[in-house]
Design a binder for this molecule. Structure first.
Ligand code: NAD
Length: 472
């Protein structure tokens, strides 16, 4: 088997397939990545991957090369796992994919089956199939999208919940389904385009679920609800489920934002406006700006000369992936508003340094919070949940925590004397009643409990009753 592209998907898939006893050749064109791999070290942070690499390389089941021609020299299964990053207009950039298809066309032997694991727009597999059909011998094309999650990628590949195979050649699809099924997963067999739509539909649906619960959280802040209780209550309904129902800073990473935009773009090319996708993206962008406003209000509405500590930079715990991480938008906006931003992440500092230019990088979380006017939790790493917050209390300039992931224990922090703010949960300080506009966040009402300026209940006034009293 040949896997082309040793990134999060190709590397994990290749190593898991090798661990299952297959002879796997990984083709990687980036020399830095390749050289690290040859020494048994992973170029990405993924729990368990270093051990798995060492094991499979030492056993001779996995080899790493840049020699595409040699790797395609024997008939077998060729798996494309190259990146499909977003173009500025939201479409997926398929340059790397088409380069590989050209190589396969030029060098693959009769008996080869091509598997597309990269996430590609609907219709791509069928186009690749048509191109390869012009060659001297048939090369079946099977679309087999990947559903792994960074941070639990090994578990997700070796224990997948389902394997999706789409092809015009049912025998090839069945063979790839058996090969890729490392657990006893359900195999869904379909055509190329439906397989591609399953991948985009799955990611888009999860992204919408996140945006939905974030909107519910924002409403909770207005109505004095508690999003933790609302999510729990909703999640117990098996038709809804509790996964992806945690309010916070929204979705990021290399997949959700890119795939939602790519699906939206594929729909609009067909003349169809997929409104729910547009809203999911807008809500996601706004959620980050609402958070900046939350920090701003917590420190007294002025960020100039304020020192803000951001704990967590990776788009989620368990990975060093900084692609579309909310930390970048939040740090940039805070610095634009005049704050001094100091950041820390347990594993993503190196990658973050390529994205963040106007921030201070702290060597550890305690250094990051020293003298801070507010500590903001951006990524819910266990390391931050387990910080000694009594020590933090003595290091900070002002005892303000703004928890973007609702991951800390509000009551114990309040007992320690912190002003603790989170998303969609009751705050003792501020009642959120805000509207976000394109150019920033505009307050439309002040905290009515703080001012005591509680409007009368309209129906009571109409009935001639006394205005309602203070709320809390
Ligand atoms: P990545 O950018 O981490 O890795 C891609 C790798 O392919 C890079 O190392 C690059 O150097 C290599 N490459 C590109 N062109 C090559 C060529 N011609 N020959 C050899 N190597 C080449 O990308 P990724 O995160 O692994 O994602 C790959 C695909 O899988 C994307 O389409 C992505 O949307 C999809 N996907 C990603 C995830 C995820 O969590 N990262 C999950 C599911 C699906």
């Amino acid at each position: 088997m040949t896997v082309i592209g040793a990134g999060y998907v190709g590397l994990v898939t290749g190593a898991c397939l090798a661990d299952a006893g297959n002879a796997v050749t990984l083709v990687e064109k980036d020399p830095a990545r390749r050289n690290l791999l040859l020494t048994g070290r992973s170029p990405i942070h993924e729990p368990g991957l270093d051990d798995l690499l060492t094991r499979t390389l030492d056993a001779g089941h996995l080899t790493v090369t840049d020699d595409m021609r040699a790797a395609l020299g024997d008939p077998g299964v060729v798996i494309i796992a190259v990146g499909t990053p977003p173009l500025p207009d939201g479409r997926a950039d398929l340059t790397a994919l088409w380069e590989v298809v050209a190589d396969v066309r030029a060098h693959a032997r009769e008996g080869t089956t091509l598997v597309i694991k990269s996430t590609v727009p609907p219709g791509t597999g069928a186009r690749v199939d048509r191109q390869l059909a012009e060659g001297a011998f048939p090369i079946p094309v099977v679309s087999c999208p990947e559903f792994l999650r960074e941070g639990s990628a090994l578990r997700d590949v070796s224990g997948a919940e389902r394997v999706v195979v789409g092809s015009a050649d049912p025998d090839a699809a069945a063979a790839v389904g058996r090969l890729m099924n490392l657990s006893d997963a359900e195999v869904v067999s379909t055509n190329n385009t439906s397989a591609e739509l399953i991948k985009y539909g799955s990611n888009a649906f999860l992204a919408m679920k996140i945006s939905f619960i974030n909107e519910m959280a924002n409403l909770c802040e207005l109505l004095e609800g508690d999003i933790d209780h609302v999510s729990t209550g909703m999640g117990h309904d098996s038709r809804i489920g509790s996964a992806f129902l945690s309010a916070g800073l929204g979705f990021g990473g290399s997949c959700f934002p890119k795939d939602v935009r790519a699906l939206q773009s594929a729909a609009s090319r067909e003349g169809y406006s997929f409104w729910m996708l547009k809203s999911a993206l807008e809500v996601n962008d706004q959620q980050r700006m609402r958070f900046v406003q939350k920090i701003r209000d917590a420190v007294g509405n002025h960020l100039g000369a304020r020192r803000i500590a951001l704990l967590g930079l990776a788009f989620k715990p368990g990975t060093d992936d900084m692609r579309s991480a909310s930390s970048v938008a939040i740090a940039n906006r805070l610095t634009e508003l005049g704050a001094t931003v100091v950041v820390h992440d347990p594993v993503a500092m190196e990658k973050a340094a390529l994205e963040l230019h106007d921030v201070e990088f702290a060597p550890d979380p305690y250094a990051a919070v020293t003298g801070a006017d507010a500590v903001a939790i951006i990524t819910e790493w266990d390391e931050y949940k387990q910080l000694d917050w009594t020590v933090v209390r003595n290091l900070v300039g002002q005892p303000i925590i703004v928890d973007g992931r609702n991951c800390l224990d509000a009551e114990s922090l309040r007992t320690m004397g912190f002003n603790y703010h989170s998303i969609g949960r009751p705050s003792h300080i501020t009642r959120w009643n805000r509207r976000v506009e394109d150019d920033g966040v505009v307050p439309v009402a002040v905290d009515r409990r703080i001012t005591g300026d509680v409007p009368a209940e309209p129906d009571l006034v109409a009935a001639g009753a006394a205005p309602a009293g203070a709320m809390a």
